[in-house]
Every structure is written in C-alpha cells, then in structure tokens.
Write a protein that binds this ligand. Structure first.
Ligand code: GUN
Length: 287
C-alpha cells in the first residue's frame, strides 16, 4: 500500500508557520500582508475555492479583501477595480479567480495586475521569469506539488517526471519547476500517442487533466510517486463525490506514494497562495 502524501497536514504546517511570519511582518511594518480576492459570477466550484482562500488567509493572520462581482460585470468595470487594487498600498496580492465569464478577457485582466502583486504568477513577466529560472511569484498549484514531492524525495535529480496536462495554470509551470529540480520531464496531453506506456516509464506522475479517475494502475510503475491535481465532482451510487484524475483505489496498491483527493493538492494550492502573498508583501515593503 502506497505512502499517503497528506496535503492537508502539510498545508496546516505551512499556514501555522506563515502566521508567525505575519506577526513579525505586522510588528515591523505596522500593517498586515493584504490579499484581494476577486470573484466574478456564481460558478459553484469557484465560490468554494474563494471561500477557502479567504478562510485560510485569515487563519494565517493576513488581511483578506473579497470582491464579489455580478456575472454581467463589464471588462471596463473589472479593469477599473484591478487598477484601484494595484494602487492600494494595503493590498500586496491580487487574485482574480478563473475561469471568468466568457465575455471577459482573461489575458487582458492578467496583464493588468501589477507584476509584483500577481500572487498567481500568471502575468507574462512572471511566466517569463519562471521559464528563465528567476521566478519569484510561482503559480500556486505547481509550487504546492513541489513541496509535496519534497516530502518523499530528498533529491529529485535525474528522476523521470511525467506531467499529464499542458495548461498555463498547472502543466506548463509544473514542467518548468521539475526541470529546475533536474528531473527529466515529459509533458503528455490529449494528442499524445501511447500516454499509458509513457506514464509507465515515470518515477513521478503529476496528473492535471480534469478527467475523473483517468489514470489507472496499469499506467503506473511499481513504487512510483503519484500527485493528483484533479478535483472532479461526480455522481456515484446517487451521491455527489469529489474524485481526482487518478483512480486512487487501484493506483494506491502499486504506487510508492500518492496524494489523495480531497486533502492533497487542493489545500497546498491555498497554502502556496499565502506563501506568495507573504513574499509579495515583503518585496513591496522593502522595495
Ligand atoms: N482557477 C483554478 N485554479 C486557479 C488558480 O490557481 N488561480 C486562479 N486565479 N484561478 C484558478
């Protein structure tokens, strides 16, 4: 049976340690690290994520400012909110929850966020910095996955990591971080031939495709490390259930270690958002 990589426990430790840093920050600078979270519309999953982000920011002693806007919000109105937050010295981090309603441009909004307040690490300048090995604000989910991998690998050097999925939010930055840790990295996606055979070669599998329980035990080399980024709501036996991109039941029999869903990557994403907020706040206060 695989070792469990407990994201909840690890994130609690990260948040507790951030709470100490927050007190030191407040004593030194006379204000709290501030995170503004912007949610447009009523997407149910986004509402849950935003609620959890605000709750954990408070647990870390930070100031969180929530902006809920109706789904009809215009690009101009959203731009104007971002410009106000960019100018506010008490806001150190700005997160606009994605996806946005279809009439709003995600790239335009992401570019408008001040680079130094972009705690998601999605601004093109932060994406470029990460790609060239100088990233400061690194996308939260891949950063959380790296902290989880460090729980079970002292050294990632030379490990063959297969990333399933090529999104801007997870797959691409994940591949960059694994490369920087000296892994041999393969990115597979919906057009890849023989995904199963490629995954079976991997020492580390990161599943980030958004397909419930796609990764089966036949895809996994015995003893491999499996990190499951997926959070999919499904109906099973008449009940709503959250499952990952990995078939946990069968894969946990063959993997060396595995992260669960829920209680795996999800809480680590939020912990890393708060780490980025602290980093952004320190960089801004000492600039
Ligand atoms: N939607 C899904 N994941 C994320 C994330 O990491 N950040 C933001 N802003 N939106 C998301």
């Amino acid at each position: 049976m695989a070792q469990l990589i407990d994201g909840k426990q690890l994130s609690d430790a990260v948040v507790a340690s951030l709470a100490e840093e927050t007190s030191q920050f407040a004593a030194e600078f006379g204000l709290l690290p501030g995170l503004a979270v912007v949610l447009v519309g009523e997407d149910p999953a986004s509402q849950v994520y935003v609620r959890n982000k605000v709750r954990q920011a408070t647990a870390a002693g930070m100031r969180s400012i929530e902006h809920r806007l109706p789904k009809e919000t215009t690009q101009q109105a959203l731009n104007s909110l971002i410009e106000t937050l960019n100018q506010d010295p008490e806001v150190h981090g700005i997160l606009v929850q994605l996806p946005l309603p279809a009439h709003l441009s995600e790239p335009d909004i992401i570019q408008l966020i001040a680079v130094e307040k972009d705690v998601d690490g999605f601004h093109p300048l932060n994406v470029g910095a990460l790609a060239s090995g100088n990233g400061e604000l690194i996308p939260c989910t891949p950063l959380g996955c790296m902290l989880m991998l460090q729980q079970v690998h002292d050294d990632l050097s030379g490990q063959h990591a297969v990333v399933i999925g090529r999104s801007n939010i997870v797959g691409k930055p994940m591949a960059q971080l694994l490369l920087q840790a000296n892994c041999t990295v393969t990115v597979v996606h919906s057009r890849t031939r023989n995904i199963e055979a490629i995954c079976r070669e991997a020492d580390i599998v990161i599943a980030a495709v958004g397909r419930p329980e796609m990764v089966k035990s036949s895809w996994i080399k015995p003893g491999a490390t499996v990190i499951d980024v997926g959070i999919n709501a499904i109906e099973r036996e008449g009940k709503r259930k959250l499952v990952g991109d990995v078939d946990y039941q069968s894969v946990s029999d063959i993997a060396g270690s595995i992260s669960p869903v829920p209680g795996g990557v999800g809480p680590m994403t939020i912990a890393c958002l708060l780490k980025n907020t602290m980093k952004a706040a320190l960089l801004q206060q000492t600039a």
